[in-house]
Design a protein around this ligand. Structure first.
Ligand SMILES: Cc1cc2nc3c(=O)[nH]c(=O)nc-3n(C[C@H](O)[C@H](O)[C@H](O)COP(=O)(O)OP(=O)(O)OC[C@H]3O[C@@H](n4cnc5c(N)ncnc54)[C@H](O)[C@@H]3O)c2cc1C
Length: 490
């Protein structure tokens, strides 16, 4: 027997991993790589459909880019914190509703540009002067007009360009849209907010595709108690191996063999790869045989941006009672903003959120220096600010387990690349925020791709096992009765 044939037989004969629990040995098996929300959603669905499931997670915790920290004595999210689309159509709504988790709605708008209502902002210049609210609103209207002009440019040019370039062209065509003085700075702040949404600078965001993402109705709501309960619920009862960094995925017609950093191997009928796009780009995981060219192209070409959080915990509140504090400046790079968590949670916490190049630059600093940097920005606008008593700093760009915060539409890269990233290759299924055509870069997008991967995997493996009615459908018919979401605003 040649060695190839022998290893295939081994795969076929050994569908179970070392400690697969009480599941029957004859049931199909799957290895889920990555214990973020996408991987856990896939694992949960397949486990509930009678598969033997093992989740291999490189970190010493689950949740991935959903990371609720409790070291302040209350929950704060270092990764995702909003549910974008507070409505029953949101794939996560049934779960969040059933858990009774409260949401604090920061905006009723479905726009990617306004996850905060304008009236909840307080913007300041670098000298601590508050920008009059009517000017903030007026500049917001100008920003909308500029975007309309960029839309015309988009219709005229077949080649893609960056949103930054299109804005410059819009100014050339419509000099009346140019602003100066403080109004210019406010405009830069709007641009800075847009860059925050994509976690990328305006000169790398695609004009053609930036608004292709499907936005659910219901606006944007903060998870007041953090996202962790959602993760814990999905993970309950699953066989999850922490500190298991996958380095190789071998696929054969009858199974997969997955190797982790210390050389241990796991075999199963199929695998769901739910690691971040940044990790796939880095080639940390070797696929054998190599993934097809179209898949590698999608991995290489999709953009991954950076957004971080510097969370400052104060003794008590000294800032105005608004949801968002903004610093306006000459360029979007110098602008910044703080989310006031006190409004939603009652805790004296401000969250500084740099994105794009600024986030990249701040990630080079020590945590102490990063926290000082954020605090200095705050002192510019509120000179009487008191020193924080604690801080937390995220490093999503350099953390080897993420290598970026979330995907975005880079210039010249078709939106369909998200779908290409999702499409299975033989018995390898792909999930994660960057595989979501409709809701990339989001928790609910990642979650729904996990369910999709599970369903695709179930169908494929059933082709082999041929026992269609043995398993529950992964999604659809049996979905739980929706419980209304708890939404507040103070
Ligand atoms: C700062 C920040 C703010 C955000 N804000 C929001 C928000 O408010 N609302 C929203 O909807 N979305 C937000 N997002 C995006 C959201 O967090 C992500 O889209 C989503 O959590 C991604 O889930 P995932 O399962 O695709 O990936 P991940 O959560 O990254 O999961 C992938 C898992 O794979 C593991 N892994 C990596 N390499 C390996 C390996 N070699 N072997 C095994 N395991 C490996 C990782 O440790 C991780 O646990 C934010 C993200 C960031 C970073």
């Amino acid at each position: 027997m040649d060695s190839q044939h022998k290893s295939n037989r081994q795969l076929q004969r050994a569908p179970c991993f070392s400690s697969a629990g009480q599941r029957a040995e004859a049931s199909p098996s799957v290895i889920v790589i990555g214990g973020g929300i996408a991987g856990l959603a896939a694992a949960r669905a397949l486990y509930d459909a009678s598969f033997q499931v093992v989740v291999l997670e490189s970190r010493d915790r689950i949740g991935g880019r959903v990371h609720t920290d409790y070291s302040f004595g209350f929950p704060v999210d270092l990764g995702a914190s909003w549910l974008h689309g507070v409505c029953k159509e949101n794939p996560l709504a049934p779960l969040i509703g059933r858990l009774g988790l409260p949401l604090y709605r920061t905006s009723g708008d479905n726009s990617v540009l306004y996850d905060h209502d304008l009236e909840s902002y307080a913007l300041f210049d670098m000298d601590g002067n508050q920008v009059p609210q009517d000017l903030v609103t007026k500049v917001g209207e100008t920003f909308e007009s500029i975007l309309k002009e960029t839309d015309r440019i988009r219709q005229e040019f077949s080649d893609d360009m960056s949103i930054g370039r299109a804005i410059s062209m819009a100014f050339d065509r419509r000099p009346d849209l140019r602003l100066d003085g403080i109004a210019h700075k406010v405009l830069q702040w709007y641009l800075c907010r847009m860059e925050g949404w994509f976690a990328a600078d305006a000169d790398s965001i695609s004009l053609k595709y930036w608004d292709q993402e499907e936005l659910l109705p219901g606006g944007h709501g903060l998870m007041v108690r953090g996202y962790r309960p959602v993760i814990n619920t999905l993970a309950k009862g699953l066989d999850i191996r922490l500190d298991h960094r996958v380095t190789q995925v071998v696929r054969r017609y009858n199974g997969v063999k997955v190797t982790v950093e210390d050389g241990r191997t796991f075999v199963a009928d199929a695998a769901v790869v739910a690691v971040p796009l940044g990790v796939l780009k880095s080639n940390w995981i070797k696929f054998e045989p190599r993934l097809p060219e179209w898949k590698e192209a999608a991995i290489n070409e999709l953009g991954v941006g950076i957004e971080n959080k510097i969370i400052l915990h104060f003794e008590k509140v000294f800032w105005p009672n608004v949801e968002f504090l903004g610093v306006v400046a000459q360029s979007s790079y110098e602008c910044s903003y703080f989310l006031n968590l006190h409004k939603a949670t009652g805790h004296p916490v401000l969250v500084y959120m740099p994105a794009g190049q600024l986030a990249r630059d701040i990630e080079k600093l020590s945590d102490e220096d990063a926290a000082n940097f954020a605090f200095k920005q705050l002192q510019r606008i509120l000179p009487n600010a008191t020193t924080p008593i604690q801080h937390l700093v995220s490093h999503w760009g350099t953390d080897v387990n993420s290598l970026g915060s979330y995907s975005y539409d880079a210039v010249g890269k078709p939106h369909e690349f998200y779908e290409r990233l999702r499409i299975p290759v033989d018995n390898i299924f792909f999930a994660g925020e960057a595989t979501s055509m409709d809701y990339p870069g989001s928790v609910h997008g990642a979650y729904s791709t996990g369910l999709m991967a599970a369903e695709d995997c179930r169908m494929r493996v059933l082709e082999r096992y041929g026992e269609v009615d043995l398993f529950q459908p992964v999604m659809g018919e049996d979905s739980p009765v929706a419980v209304p979401l708890l939404i507040s605003r103070m």
